[in-house]
Design a protein. Structure first.
Length: 135
């Protein structure tokens, strides 16, 4: 399954949408590797990227929320912190147990599923708030 960054996932904020696309690209790169039997070989690189990029992306989102005084910032930040722990758990599992098909599957489902849900339910609210503040 390839994850597509469709119109319904766009927030309207160029920086955030660009970063979401890069996250989708990383997930899809791992999925592509899986289809040719190289998922275990690519998982380390994918997790390193996700771990660092999620931190950068969440920081950018949170700075935007603070700048425009997003009223649900504390909850949104909690969602981010929870997800960072999920990604760190995947990284820790990789470092302790190495690459495995199970880890590749967990990474695909937990990261892509969370990302899709978070964008559709939470990030669109942030984008609407920013648009309201800037119009």
């Amino acid at each position: 399954m390839v994850y597509k960054f469709t119109k319904d996932l766009e927030t309207g904020n160029d920086l955030i949408d660009s970063e979401h696309r890069q996250l989708f690209d990383a997930i899809n790169k791992l999925l592509d590797a899986c289809t040719v039997g190289h998922g275990r070989a690519e998982i380390g690189e994918a997790l390193d990227f996700l771990n660092s990029y999620v931190n950068k992306h969440f920081s950018d989102e949170e700075n935007l929320q603070l700048k425009y005084r997003y009223p649900d910032y504390p909850n949104h930040k909690k969602y981010h912190e929870t997800f960072k722990k999920v990604v760190q758990g995947l990284v820790d599992e990789y470092r302790q147990q190495g690459a495995s098909i199970d880890l590749v599957a967990k990474t695909n489902t937990s990261v892509a599923g969370w990302l899709l849900n978070h964008i559709k339910k939470e990030d669109v609210k942030v984008a609407a708030h920013v648009r309201k503040c800037t119009s």
